[in-house]
Structure formats: structure tokens, C-alpha cells
Design a protein. Structure first.
Lengths: 220, 213
């Protein structure tokens, strides 16, 4: 019976070990000496070492009388904990991976103006923004260059009595902007609005009159 | 008559001795059973905590539009809490050692220190929680905060009940002295306290340190 309980020396050793096993992972995590999965593995290892110190030096397990019911029960519990925690994490990780929206799904959500899918930001523009006017009059684009922020809108207005088709990129080799291939302005005073959801500098031109060109720069 | 008395005498004196030994044996067996029963409770409690840990590890990334643990947690505060609990686990062990020696004053000193450190730990945790609430980070904010408050809060409630148990037991010890039944109670209490320390180590690692990974 007496053997079950520790000596002062035992408690002191256990205490010092527990301090060491706390300060090392704390130091590693706070200073970022190691990062990522290495850090995760290291701090988890120290937590297990720490728990072992508590069990052997403070709970004095393993020194009880045969048939060691407490140790056996602890072992079974640890097995159960392993199944619950590792199993849950494993299943949910894969579920999460499979449920994570792909690039095309994100794109769709962005076009629909949905800000978030499965906890992942789609980059969709939600909320107020500035509107920039681009007027095409007498075959000239005014202003020729537009500076805008992401999520602003740009409005193309046709002041000439000819149909126009605003396409992006240089003539012949069109590159759709934000999933939009072209905007049709079929008659005078017709206008089309475009949400600037992609950053960078983009050229546009009238596909029907290739000399009508302009560009806009979108900053994030 | 005198012969009969002489005959009865030794028997009468011997009888309580046998009873006392039997009683002690019986008490020890009962104490072992109580310890094992308490151990069963601790293990089921541990399983419950493991489910809360599993929920946290699944949900800790689901912050919605809110801040993540990296921005919210203060690691120095978490370290202070850890050191308080570790030290209180140590003083609790020493207190238990003194209790088995039957040294009442030493028991009151060491368990008193344990109690104060537990109280300081609880104070830090409550101030952390109120700070979060004032900043608008509540149980309802997102999955991460729900699982965080439930996991850490459940541990905090265990600490609270441990402190109530310790406080009342210490009052009884100081009034009635170190009876065997109280030493047994203290030994269960110290099991509980070490157990809470172990659970906290994993909270410190999986909640507070992991936020930095």
C-alpha cells in the first residue's frame, strides 16, 4: 500500500520535468523556431510526455497492486480517446477536402455574388462600390484610361448610332474579363455595366470597330 | 466466579483487537473500491473531454468572417494559467504526502496554496472570457468560438467544482482534524486535481499553442 504513494523527491522530479515539458513547446511555438506540421507534431509529443509525467509522478500509476485495474482501465480509455479524436479528425478532414469548392465552383459563386462557400471566401464583390463611366462618342473612348479599385463597376455607354460590341484584350484574340466575353451596345444611348472583380490592367475594344480601344486598371 | 472472570477477561480484551484489524482491512478495501470507483468516473470524464477536443479540432478553422485563434489568444496568459495549474498539481501532491503522514497544519498550508493557485487560474480564465464577450466574440459567433467556449468552459467548471470541494474539505479538516475519512477524501480530490491538470495540458497545446502553427 505504501509503495503506491510517492516520495517528496518524486514530486519534485515530476514538477521540474513538467515545467521543462511546458516551456520547450511554448518557446518553439512563440519564437517560430519550427513551423507547420513539424511544430504541430513537436507540441503534441511534448503534451503526451507531459501527460505521462503527470500519470507516473503525480497519479503514481503503475505502482498499484496487482491486478492493476486502474492502469488497465486507463489504457482502454486512452484507446477510446484515440479512436474518437484521431478518427473524428481523419474523417472530417477528408469530408472537408471533398466538400471544398473547386475553382469553377468558386467562380460560379463569385458571379452570383456569394461571398463565401464552405468557409472559403470566393472573392465576390458584396457591398457599395464606385461607378466609372466610359463614354464612346464619335468613335472615341472617353476616358481612354480608367483607374478603379476591385469591386468597383464600370459602365460603357454608346453615344453613337452604330452597334458596338465591347470585347476584352486585343482584337482578334479576345480574353474574357471576369467570365464576361463581350458586352453588346446595339443602339445609341445603350449602356452596360461590368463589375471589376479581377485585378490588373485590361484592354478593351469594340469588336465591330477595332480602332475603338481603351483600357482600365483595377487595383486590389 | 473469579475463574470465570479471569477466563472472560482476556477474551473480552482480545475481541476488540480482532475487530479493529478486521475493521481496518474492511476500511482499506472500501477505500480501494472508492478510489477505483472514482477512477472510473475520471476515465469517463476523460472520454467526454476527448469528444470536446475532437469537436474543437474539427471546428477550429470555421471562423466565418470572425478572427481566428491566432489573433484572439494571448499565449503569455495561457502560459501563466498552465504554470499555475502545474504548480498547484505539485503542491496538491505534497499536501497529499503530508496528509498520509497525518500532519494537519502542513496539509492546510499545501492544500491552501493549491486552492489559491486554482482560484488565480479561474480568475485569469474568467477575465479572458469576459474580454472576449466584450469584444463581441461569443458562443454564437462561429463554430470555432462555440467549440472553444464549450471545451475550455467545461474544464473551467470542473476547476470550479474542484475548488468548492477543496474549500469545504479544508474547512472540515481545520475544524475536525485529519480523520481517516478526510484523508481518503483528500486523496480522491488530489486525483481529480491531477486529472484536471492533464486535461489542461492538452487544452494549452491543442487550443493555445496550436493557434500559432
Amino acid at each position: 500500500m505504501k509503495k503506491e504513494h510517492g516520495t517528496i523527491q518524486n514530486y519534485v522530479i515530476g514538477f521540474i520535468l513538467s515545467l521543462v515539458f511546458t516551456l520547450i513547446p511554448y518557446y518553439l511555438a512563440v519564437t517560430h523556431t519550427v513551423t507547420g506540421n513539424v511544430l504541430l507534431g513537436t507540441i503534441l509529443t511534448f503534451a503526451l510526455l507531459q501527460a505521462a509525467v503527470q500519470v507516473f509522478f503525480f497519479l503514481h500509476l503503475g505502482r498499484e497492486q496487482s491486478p492493476h485495474w486502474q492502469s488497465k482501465f486507463l489504457a482502454i480509455t486512452v484507446g477510446g480517446i484515440f479512436v474518437v479524436t484521431v478518427g473524428t479528425t481523419w474523417i472530417m478532414y477528408h469530408l472537408h477536402e471533398n466538400m471544398t469548392p473547386t475553382e469553377t465552383e468558386l467562380k460560379l459563386a463569385q458571379d452570383e455574388g456569394i461571398g463565401q462557400v464552405g468557409g472559403k471566401a470566393t472573392g465576390a464583390c458584396v457591398g457599395n462600390s464606385e461607378m466609372h463611366m466610359v463614354v464612346i462618342k464619335n468613335g472615341a473612348v472617353s476616358p481612354y484610361h480608367t483607374d478603379a479599385h476591385r469591386c468597383d463597376t464600370i459602365m460603357f455607354m454608346n453615344e453613337d448610332n452604330v452597334p458596338r460590341e465591347i470585347a476584352f484584350g486585343p482584337h482578334e484574340n479576345h480574353e474574357p474579363y471576369g467570365g464576361v466575353a463581350a458586352l453588346a451596345l446595339n443602339s445609341v444611348q445603350e449602356q452596360q455595366t461590368l463589375t471589376l472583380n479581377e485585378s490588373g490592367t485590361y484592354m478593351f475594344h469594340d469588336h465591330l470597330h477595332a480602332e475603338v480601344i481603351g483600357d482600365f486598371t483595377v487595383t486590389p | 466466579m473469579a475463574e470465570a472472570v479471569a477466563k472472560l477477561g482476556p477474551e473480552k480484551q482480545a475481541a476488540p483487537k480482532i475487530d479493529e484489524a478486521k475493521l481496518r482491512e474492511h476500511e482499506e478495501a472500501a477505500s480501494d473500491r472508492a478510489t477505483f470507483g472514482f477512477w472510473v468516473y475520471l476515465m469517463t470524464d476523460l472520454l467526454m473531454f476527448s469528444i470536446l477536443f475532437a469537436a474543437y479540432s474539427v471546428l477550429h478553422g470555421n471562423t466565418g468572417a470572425g478572427e481566428s485563434g491566432r489573433e484572439l489568444f494571448s499565449q503569455p496568459v495561457a502560459l501563466t494559467e498552465t504554470l499555475l495549474l502545474l504548480t498547484s498539481s505539485f503542491t496538491c501532491g505534497i499536501g497529499m504526502y503530508r496528509a498520509r503522514q497525518g500532519n494537519k497544519n502542513q496539509v492546510l498550508v499545501w492544500f491552501g496554496m493549491t486552492f489559491l493557485m486554482g482560484l488565480a487560474f479561474l480568475g485569469l480564465e474568467i477575465s479572458e472570457f469576459t474580454k472576449f464577450f466584450h469584444e463581441g466574440h461569443t458562443l454564437q459567433s462561429n463554430g470555432f468560438l462555440s467549440s472553444f467556449f464549450v471545451l475550455v468552459g467545461t474544464h473551467g467548471l470542473h476547476i470550479t467544482s474542484g475548488l468548492l470541494w477543496m474549500g469545504t474539505t479544508l474547512i472540515v479538516v481545520s475544524v475536525r482534524g485529519l480523520k481517516d475519512s478526510l484523508v481518503r477524501k483528500l486523496s480522491l480530490l488530489s486525483l481529480f486535481w491531477h486529472f484536471l491538470d492533464i486535461v489542461w495540458i492538452f487544452i494549452f497545446t491543442i487550443v493555445y499553442l496550436r493557434a500559432l502553427v
